[in-house]
Design a protein around this ligand. Structure first.
Ligand code: FES
Ligand SMILES: [Fe+2]
Length: 400
């Protein structure tokens, strides 16, 4: 990758990124617009961020039962999360060890995985069980064959994968977040619904940029600003994460079993949250592709996987504490929550689309960031340092 000569355009962008990386984005600027639409930059991101890092794939509770599976592609790699009959969660490449056919589609539960092409069959632990008409093969040892496993880690119930298998463990990097999230007990929440948004026409970094609360007043006057004024938002920045919070307006707080709580909940608030957690919604970003919107009764996990420069695929998982599913009117409440997501997503979609078009026009300039865009400043730094550091001895800049 770094061996290919990079274009002058890419060199110029990487030079700007190197400056951002070295001074911690002291100038509070976005990355150059080219960073959002240059295929050479995307190729570097793929190698240096997505293949070598931890990518959010879903929730362990999606495959809670033995034999359950969920098939999902990441960066063009077909993957499947599978719960073996031994109770172990594994992530496999979703391709047959015969001639590479996709084994699993969507989600479900199986006793064995049978390839739809020539019917090789695998146990849910990935071991080959049978391979019809392969007995005359000169050297095939069926006992040796198993689906390839991809490194995974479960943090707070979220399943992450590391495609190159070389990343340092994830949990220590997120240890400072754990106490802030402990009272929610996210490990025991369940995925109530998954909303597939499909391919979306903007860069994964535009999606990250849109994570700030500065745009509440302009874009979400009713959906957010009315209750959660964006100018009140706070931020805590870690090395690989950002935690944002926005308090509900004091006058709108309601009485709850544990004290004052934000209005507009879809379900009863979780017991045991502190006053801050009851009054604020949280946005937790673990770079590069995980964000969860979290309030006292529910959460939304937004999974964004890049497809190319300026294009990504998005899905939203609606999360609730497990006991919430027992409410008699659970289905109606859940439908209201899904409708709420769709409503604000419809507000964000044309904006993100227009921004990507502007970035690709050749006329966009680097932009100054508000103090309410600390997340954007951090993402710019984080991407810049990942792309320009020279830790492999052949960093992107070293190709100059
Ligand atoms: S490709 Fe799976 S059995 Fe042939
Ligand atoms: Fe928004």
């Amino acid at each position: 990758m770094a061996q290919e000569p990079l274009s002058q355009r890419t060199h110029t962008t990487l030079e700007a990124m190197a400056a951002v990386a070295s001074d911690g984005n002291a100038a509070w600027l976005t990355l150059p617009p080219d960073a959002y639409c240059n295929p050479e930059i995307f190729a570097l991101e793929k190698e240096r961020i997505f293949r070598s890092g931890w990518i959010a794939l879903g929730r362990a509770d999606e495959v809670a039962q033995t034999g359950a599976y969920v098939a999902r592609d990441v960066l063009g790699v077909p993957l499947a999360m599978v719960r073996g009959h031994d109770g172990m969660l594994r992530v496999f490449t979703n391709m047959c060890r015969h001639r590479w056919m996709r084994l699993l589609e969507g989600s479900g539960r199986k006793a064995v995985m049978t390839c739809p092409y020539h019917a090789w069959a695998y146990g849910m632990d990935g071991r080959l069980r049978s391979a019809p008409d392969m007995d005359r093969h000169p050297c095939l040892d069926k006992a040796e064959i198993r689906l390839e496993e991809v490194a995974h880690e479960v943090w707070q119930g979220f399943v992450y994968v590391n495609l190159d298998g070389k990343a340092a463990p994830l949990a220590p990097r997120l240890a400072d977040l754990d106490p802030r999230l402990a009272a929610y007990g996210l490990k025991d929440w369940v995925t109530a619904a998954t909303i597939e948004c499909g391919e979306i026409p903007w860069d994964w970094k535009v999606m990250q940029d849109n994570g700030e609360c500065y745009h509440h007043a302009g874009l979400h006057p009713e959906t957010f600003q009315e209750t959660f004024p964006g100018e009140e938002a706070g931020a805590q920045i870690g090395r690989d994460w950002t935690l944002l919070w926005t308090p509900a307006r004091e006058a709108l707080l309601q009485d709850g079993p544990d004290g004052k709580v934000m209005p507009g909940l879809f379900f009863p608030p979780l017991a045991g949250l502190d006053g801050f957690q009851r009054r604020n919604f949280l946005l937790v970003y673990v770079l590069p592709n995980f964000f969860i919107y979290l309030q006292p009764d529910c959460g939304l996990l937004i999974r964004v996987v890049p497809l190319a420069a300026g294009r990504c695929a998005m899905a939203a998982d609606v999360l609730v504490p497990a006991a919430t599913r027992n409410l008699p009117d659970y289905a109606e409440r859940l439908a209201r929550l899904v409708a709420f997501f769709e409503r604000f997503n419809e507000e964000d979609t044309p904006v993100n689309t227009a921004i990507q078009q502007a970035l690709e026009s050749g006329y966009a300039h680097r932009a100054p960031l508000s103090h309410l865009e600390a997340h954007n400043r951090h993402v710019a730094w984080w991407v810049a340092q990942a792309l320009t550091r020279d830790d492999a001895g052949q960093g992107a800049l070293a190709a100059e």
